[in-house]
Design a protein around this ligand. Structure first.
Ligand SMILES: [Zn+2]
Length: 313
């Protein structure tokens, strides 16, 4: 009993002193700001690329911590560089973090693209991309959480359009249906990111023949391929199909289909779907293979290599 009593007394005292110390710290704001880096703490870029910094989030007790950014990156020369972010709160408490930036002469360029999401697997995919500082592109639909599209955008990835419903029999029945469906997913993206998407991918790709089943002989893909560009969009197909929506049923097959298509000196737009768990499971190995073999990974932009297919309908 005696020992028990002493034990309790000490425990209570100790707890009080911790609480007191915390209160004191709060009054003097002794705790430095917390910095979370968006898009991971490393990046590998090709010589001559544009340095796009996804930025940081800063958390602090003081309302207006100041942020200073210092960088020694020379994108015209190979090398290992850094961007350093320093956050200083009103009481002078300071935190600094660094993003490592490698500039290389690449063996080739890989554009990872993920269609049909976001989904319950997208968050894990974004964790993997952040781990390696790799930027990708997402052709989104009406599915999944808004927060995932926001995270894609804030992580420095490209958010592109794929259509709201992805319902072939509706979107390819006529032009009005297609445009209203594309408009709906554009409205979604704009609402979430604050910015309209400028790139898109046709469900089934521009070469699809499924549209011919529904378009009443109007060769709708030929019209759409022309009109999307007239409306200011750029459309993207692919030149390596992971086949995750076809014959591939495992991460191993997705991995092989992707890396077997890579050649030195090329640009590769890879088709995957982030609604498929096994396909997402292959991404870390694909990224490791690409980086180890001297490739850089880039997000798609309007002027990127587009890997257009031949339009068949
Ligand atoms: Zn699709």
């Amino acid at each position: 009993m005696l020992y028990g009593g002493i034990f309790i007394a000490i425990w209570v005292l100790d707890d009080d002193s911790v609480a007191e110390r915390r209160l004191e710290e709060e009054m003097h704001d002794a705790s430095p700001p917390v910095i979370e880096m968006r898009g991971g703490d490393t990046m590998t870029l090709a010589v001559g690329d544009m340095l796009e910094d996804p930025g940081i989030d800063v958390y602090d007790e003081s309302p207006t911590p100041r942020v200073e950014i210092e960088s020694n990156v020379d994108i015209s020369r190979e090398g290992e560089y850094y961007t350093r972010y320093v956050a200083i709160d009103e009481n002078g408490n300071t935190t600094n973090v660094e993003r490592k930036i490698k500039v290389v002469r690449p063996a080739g360029r890989i554009y990872l693209t993920f269609d049909d999401g976001p989904s319950e697997y997208t968050s894990k995919l974004l964790d993997v991309l952040d781990k390696y500082g790799v930027k990708a592109s997402f052709f989104v639909t009406g599915g999944g959480d808004d927060a995932l599209i926001k995270r894609e955008y804030e992580g420095g990835h490209t958010v592109g359009l794929h259509t709201m419903t992805h319902n072939y029999s509706y979107i390819y029945a006529n032009l009005d249906n297609y445009w209203s469906d594309l408009g709906a997913v554009q409205d979604r993206v704009k609402r979430i990111t604050g910015e309209p998407a400028s790139i898109m991918r046709f469900p089934g790709g521009s070469s699809n023949l499924i549209s011919a089943v529904y378009d009443d002989g109007n060769r709708i893909m030929s019209t759409l391929a022309r009109e999307v560009e007239q409306r200011g969009y750029k459309y993207f197909d692919w030149n390596i199909d992971s086949n995750d929506a076809g014959g591939a049923g495992s991460a191993d097959e997705v991995y092989s289909n992707v890396v077997n298509g890579l050649r030195n000196g090329g640009e590769f737009v890879i088709l995957q779907h982030d609604v498929k768990a096994f396909s997402v499971d292959a991404v870390e190995r694909i990224v490791q293979y690409g980086l180890q073999n001297g490739f850089v990974f880039s997000r798609l932009k309007s002027n990127s290599f587009n890997a257009h297919h031949v339009v068949n309908n």
